[in-house]
Design a protein around this ligand. Structure first.
Ligand code: WTA
Length: 661
């Protein structure tokens, strides 16, 4: 185990604070302790009951078909439409006037409320408009948008038609967009001219134009929402304004019921190799898993709660806990376009106060940023509406947990630390807020109906007090079904390490009570500000620069972002000056190159130009040793290196050209 992980272990051995659920919350909780036993006695019946919370066209014949494991089928024979469950059924039940989305633009006073009736109107029009543009059931549609209500409308319109969407984070580059569009062969891209971030309009359409140019004649149409009013290049015939095609379309759309296993969306995420993986989620099980967990973990009371998840819709959290889970539950929620410090560092808390947010869900990296900015900022606002806090994306350190609870939750709101992944689709490990006494830093235990374990190299369950690998022993409704177009990689990545176990890629520990502490990734995936990045993907980006011969990337511990990207680069001889030194501005050039290839989130915090990289005799780069350097530690065991003097050369470069900001 790395030292970062040992630190986490040291931390938890001294952690003895316990926060009992507030009595009123416990008394009125949606899910009580009995759910664990009920689910354990009949898991499938438990999930069938969760599925009954939804509206089905046809009821399933079989809850789970696991005969072709690891390819699962949930609610076999059932038919369902995700968009009908998220929109129509609330209107039909007389809740059309209820606000679905309080949307807040980044520029102040730029806000809009959408009721469920408004959503139905827009989703129906968008479905008709997409049909008019030739989108049929099964076709893929890429969505590359800022955080505006149209992004949810676009996703739901696709779901309505049975056209799987692939949302690409708006911060990703044209190249990243092009590779995703190509991989899933999207024929339409929905985008916007731009969005507001950090106090200024940023452009999106130029990246789409660049991406489309790289994808041959794959993309037939680009639908553009006018958000900022910037000038955009226009391709007559291919490009359509959203307001021209959607606003003029009919508001009546008769939805078709789709098979429970019909593909709902593909979400690309970083794996251990350079090529992102297209995680495929299907309809019935996914909606069951996300809506039930959203209701259970956040103790959602749709009549009175105002929920806010601060994630971007370009990540899975925005799919499961902003669009599908909350809307299926008829939630009123806040959606905010911009950054937390625009135009001032209290913006989020101002929004909480204005809308009376009761449930707030964010990431540890944001919490640590607010800690740094100071307690006085949230203290200026009335946050008394908040009754429940959630955390996701990376392990939450106990200090951040306690700060969050005290400063945002008035020392009374429970904190639910929720562990899950793009692949799992739904939360799998979390406290139940009315049942579980929280421990700062622990995600506690598997939700009812979920079989989590921590195992050693031999797949044996470890005893309490020990660490190992996090695995899932049984299938769950919102699990990924495969990787888009690559069943073999799906099996190899998740199911081949041990027979019959899903390997999550995370290290974990059971404490003396058997509660689970997540310890970070055990593979070459980094977690920067709660975003997954692959070391190989960034290495490939660096090596694609003409001056780079070889590169190795590690995630080094970082107080704010959890991990930060640190790169070690060997230059080509031709890139060196006559004096054998690297050109002065090269590091900045390389950082910009990574931004262009992948996106700003992948930009290395630090790049060190080195003469060699530490390799084993079989040529594998020993990232563990580079991590020691990046984290300013004594370098560990070098005996397996082909050339054990290499580390001295690298360490000698520590003060040499490098950049940090
Ligand atoms: C990490 C985000 C500790 C973990 C929903 C996982 C967490 C990866 C937690 C998935 C948590 C997520 N505690 N670690 N509460 N939540 N992770 O696919 O390493 O973007 O494997 O999904 O984030 O990241 P992804």
């Amino acid at each position: 185990m790395t030292e970062q992980k040992t630190d986490a272990l040291a931390n938890l051995s001294t952690e003895d604070r316990r926060f009992e659920p507030p009595a009123d919350l416990a008394a009125d909780a949606n899910v009580k302790a009995e759910a664990y036993d009920r689910a354990a006695s009949d898991r499938e019946a438990f999930w069938a009951e969760a599925a009954e919370r939804l509206d089905w066209g046809r009821t399933w014949d079989q809850v789970l078909d696991w005969s072709d494991a690891p390819f699962a089928k949930w609610f076999v024979g059932g038919t369902i439409n995700a968009s009908v469950n998220c929109v129509d059924r609330h209107v039909e039940a007389g809740r059309g006037d209820k606000v679905a989305i309080h949307w807040v633009g980044e520029p102040e006073d730029d806000s809009r409320d959408l009721t469920y009736a408004d959503l139905l109107d827009q989703v129906s029009r968008a479905a008709n408009a997409l049909t008019e543009l030739g989108v049929k059931k099964g076709d893929r549609v890429a969505i590359y948008m800022p955080m505006i209500p149209e992004v949810a409308v676009a996703m739901l319109a696709c779901a309505r038609l049975g056209a799987p969407h692939t949302v690409v984070f708006g911060g990703f580059s044209a190249d990243a967009l092009a590779s995703r569009v190509t991989d899933c062969e999207a024929k339409v891209i929905i985008t916007a001219d731009g969005g507001y971030r950090r106090g200024a309009p940023s452009a999106l359409k130029p990246a789409v134009d660049e991406a489309v140019a790289k994808t041959g004649d794959l993309v037939e149409h680009v639908v553009v929402v006018r958000r900022t009013g910037q000038d955009v290049e226009w391709d007559e015939g291919r490009d359509k304004w959203w307001h021209d095609v959607v606003d003029t379309a009919s508001p009546d759309h008769e939805p078709e019921m789709h098979d429970s296993e019909h593909p709902l969306y593909v979400m690309y995420t970083s794996g251990t190799t350079g090529k992102p993986k297209g995680i495929l989620h299907t309809t019935g099980g996914y909606l069951t898993g996300t809506s039930w967990t959203h209701w259970a973990v956040f103790d959602l009371k749709p009549e009175t709660d105002v929920y806010w998840c601060t994630a971007d819709v370009g990540w899975v959290t925005g799919h499961s806990y902003m669009v599908y889970g909350p809307l299926a539950n008829g939630t009123t929620q806040v959606m905010y376009e911009g950054t937390p410090d625009s135009p001032h560092k209290g913006r989020w808390w101002e929004i909480v106060e204005k809308y009376g947010v009761t449930i707030f869900y964010t990431a540890p990296t944001a919490i640590r940023t607010f800690m740094k900015w100071g307690d006085d900022i949230p203290a200026k606002f009335d946050l008394s509406s908040i009754r429940l806090l959630g955390s996701v994306g990376e392990p939450i350190n106990p200090e951040a947990y306690v700060w969050y609870r005290e400063n945002i939750g008035a020392s009374t709101a429970p904190v639910v630390d929720t562990w899950w992944q793009t692949e799992t689709g739904q939360i799998l490990i979390s406290p139940l807020p009315g049942v579980t006494a929280g421990k700062p830093g622990s995600a506690m235990k598997a939700l009812p109906g979920i079989e989590v374990d921590v195992v050693n190299d031999e797949a044996e369950s470890v005893p309490n007090g020990s660490g190992g690998y996090l695995v899932l022993r049984e299938p769950w409704p919102a699990m990924l079904r495969t990787l888009w177009g690559d069943d073999q990689r799906f099996k190899d990545t998740y199911w081949s390490r041990w027979e019959g176990l899903y390997f999550a890629g995370d290290g974990a520990k059971k404490d003396e009570d058997g509660d689970i502490w997540l310890l970070g990734r055990v593979d070459d995936v980094m977690n920067v500000s709660g975003h997954r990045l692959s070391t190989t993907e960034i290495e490939s980006a660096l090596v694609s620069h003409p001056k780079v011969a070889e590169a190795a990337v590690v995630g080094a511990a970082d107080e704010m972002t959890g991990q930060a990207v640190c790169a070690f680069v060997i230059l080509r001889e031709s890139a060196l000056g006559d004096d054998g030194a690297a050109p002065e501005d090269l590091i900045e050039e390389l950082r910009k190159h990574v931004q262009k290839e992948i996106g700003a989130i992948a930009k290395p915090r630090q790049i060190m130009i080195v003469p060699e990289l530490p390799k084993t005799r079989s040529g594998k780069i020993m990232r563990r040793l580079l991590k020691d350097v990046a984290e300013h530690r004594e370098v560990g065991d070098v005996t397996t290196l082909a050339d054990s003097t290499v580390m001295d050369l690298i360490k000698g470069k520590e003060g040499a050209p490098s950049s940090e900001d």
